[in-house]
Design a protein around this ligand. Structure first.
Ligand SMILES: NC(=O)c1ccc[n+]([C@@H]2O[C@H](COP(=O)([O-])OP(=O)(O)OC[C@H]3O[C@@H](n4cnc5c(N)ncnc54)[C@H](OP(=O)(O)O)[C@@H]3O)[C@@H](O)[C@H]2O)c1
Length: 241
């Protein structure tokens, strides 16, 4: 099968590229690093999608660009995929994007999903929960002068390896229709960050701060039909130690 991966150089994209190749598929890598700016692609995107069966979008951008980036890239990929005769388009989204009008990043991801459905062929959406290392990212991004200010939200994080495996199952048609994916155990983000700090012995005080109301109320948690796969945060922490 020939698969185009938009965001092939990213965290999810690079793992998906390597797993797809290991499984014997041909991969077209799409990113600025490989010569494609998806915000302003020329005819070369349609040419790159020639004879591609499925295009997967695992692109990402800085938070303050999300409102424009996600729907624009979705429409650009959607119209190029349609012109090239691609049969299926798979997009990686986030659990809860349809329940969080008070959180701009999720509003942008929902706009991405809608733009795909309006413009791309054979759309399938995988909504995943936070990556297992999301707590580590939050610690890095939100620590200043020895204090980490972390939003107080329930989460059910999942391993990136499981997201990648499921994306490939969707690409090959082994899993059909839109799907939600989460890890096996419910956590609290502030508590996760405290455990990380404790494990690493960093001199950082972790403070809980208020989250957008929808997230505080559990919008990031999976629904009853979600697939639950992979290691727990506790197992992941133990592995890092
Ligand atoms: N973090 C989480 O907990 C979480 C949970 C669920 C879902 N997600 C979703 O997972 C997706 C992937 O996240 P990630 O962390 O793997 O992303 P990432 O590591 O930041 O990678 C982003 C990719 O997008 C490409 N890209 C950015 N701007 C581009 C442009 N203008 N044109 C072409 N390519 C561009 C980058 O390549 P170049 O820089 O070379 O262009 C890179 O390959 C995101 O959509 C995110 O919303 C994240």
């Amino acid at each position: 099968m020939k698969i185009a991966i938009a965001g092939a150089t990213g965290r999810i994209g690079s793992q998906l590229t390597s797993l797809s190749r290991k499984a014997g598929h041909e991969v077209v890598e799409i990113a600025r690093e490989t010569g494609f700016d998806l915000l302003a692609p020329g005819d070369e995107l349609v040419a790159a999608l020639d004879s591609v069966d499925t295009v997967v979008d695992v692109t990402a951008c800085p938070l303050d660009q999300a409102a424009t980036f996600f729907p624009t890239v979705a429409r650009n990929i959607g119209s190029a995929a349609t012109a090239a005769g691609v049969r299926r388009s798979v997009v990686l989204s986030i659990v809860g994007v349809d329940r969080s009008p008070d959180y701009d990043y999720y509003v942008a991801k929902l706009a991405q999903e809608r733009a795909y459905r309006e413009s791309a062929p054979g759309v399938v959406v995988l909504r995943a929960t936070q990556f297992l290392d999301f707590a580590a990212q939050m610690l890095e991004w939100n620590t200043q002068d020895g204090v980490a200010r972390i939003i107080d939200v329930p989460t059910q994080p999942v391993a990136t390896g499981e997201i990648v495996r499921l994306l490939l199952e969707i690409v090959t048609g082994d899993v059909e229709g839109d799907v939600e994916l989460a890890g096996p155990t419910r956590e609290n983000l502030v508590d996760q960050v405290r455990r990380l700090v404790e494990q690493s012995g960093q001199d950082v005080r972790v403070e809980a701060v208020a989250a957008p109301e929808s997230l505080a109320q559990g919008a990031m948690l999976p629904g009853p039909d979600a697939l639950l796969r992979g290691p727990s945060f506790e197992d992941w922490l133990a592995e890092r130690a």
